[in-house]
Design a protein around this ligand. Structure first.
Ligand SMILES: CC(C)(COP(=O)(O)OP(=O)(O)OC[C@H]1O[C@@H](n2cnc3c(N)ncnc32)[C@H](O)[C@@H]1OP(=O)(O)O)[C@@H](O)C(=O)NCCC(=O)NCCS
Length: 152
């Protein structure tokens, strides 16, 4: 298993690292402009990076914290590093730190066809609470809305 560290974003320059993981992972990746806008809202918008011992960024998770809720916006790991529990490490840290911020529940959307992510979230106690029809584009697809109560 790859030994990796999980750390909060420490500099705006690290957006480039996040974008590289985004582009390797999603058909409609968030853009630089979207991330720059998020950084202007540091009391709500959080980013955690997974790094190898050589400091290469191989995964990230971004979320919003609003009162008692966490909204996980993105979670991704570079393809060459998947199935090594890096996504798990990111989620463990994000849910724990979210709880320290005062969150009591977490939500996210996931493509209906994204079984790897759904299996991961299931392990963390997320359950399907609804469907957003045709929420995604490229390709068009429903989103399952998942919730997990009782953080951490
Ligand atoms: C979803 C994603 C972040 C998982 O990251 P990861 O580091 O590979 O996940 P982990 O190694 O922590 O997997 C934990 C568990 O999730 C499940 N899982 C993960 N990937 C899976 C796969 N391809 N097939 C089946 N189950 C899978 C397994 O139960 C796994 O435990 P196990 O390996 O002990 O069997 C990664 O596949 C990814 O970046 N996908 C593309 C981006 C994406 O879809 N993000 C989610 C958006 S909602």
């Amino acid at each position: 298993m790859t030994a990796c560290s999980i750390e909060p974003l420490s500099s705006p320059a690290e957006i480039d690292d996040i974008l590289a993981v985004e582009q390797a992972s999603f058909t409609s990746p968030w853009t630089r402009e979207m991330y720059v806008a998020e950084l202007k809202n540091p009391s709500v918008s959080y980013f955690y990076l997974a790094r190898t011992p050589e400091r290469e960024v191989i995964g990230f998770c971004s979320f919003w914290h609003v009162l008692e809720e966490l909204h996980i916006n993105n979670l991704a790991v570079l393809p060459a590093h998947r199935r090594l529990h890096i996504g798990t490490d990111l989620l463990v840290r994000v849910l724990a730190d979210g709880a320290k911020l005062g969150a009591r529940r977490a939500t996210l959307e996931v493509r209906r066809s994204n079984e790897p992510a759904q299996k991961l979230y299931e392990k963390f106690g997320f359950t399907v609470a609804g469907v957003r029809r045709q929420y995604y584009s490229n390709p068009a697809e429903d989103a399952l809305v998942l919730w997990r109560d009782g953080l951490p």
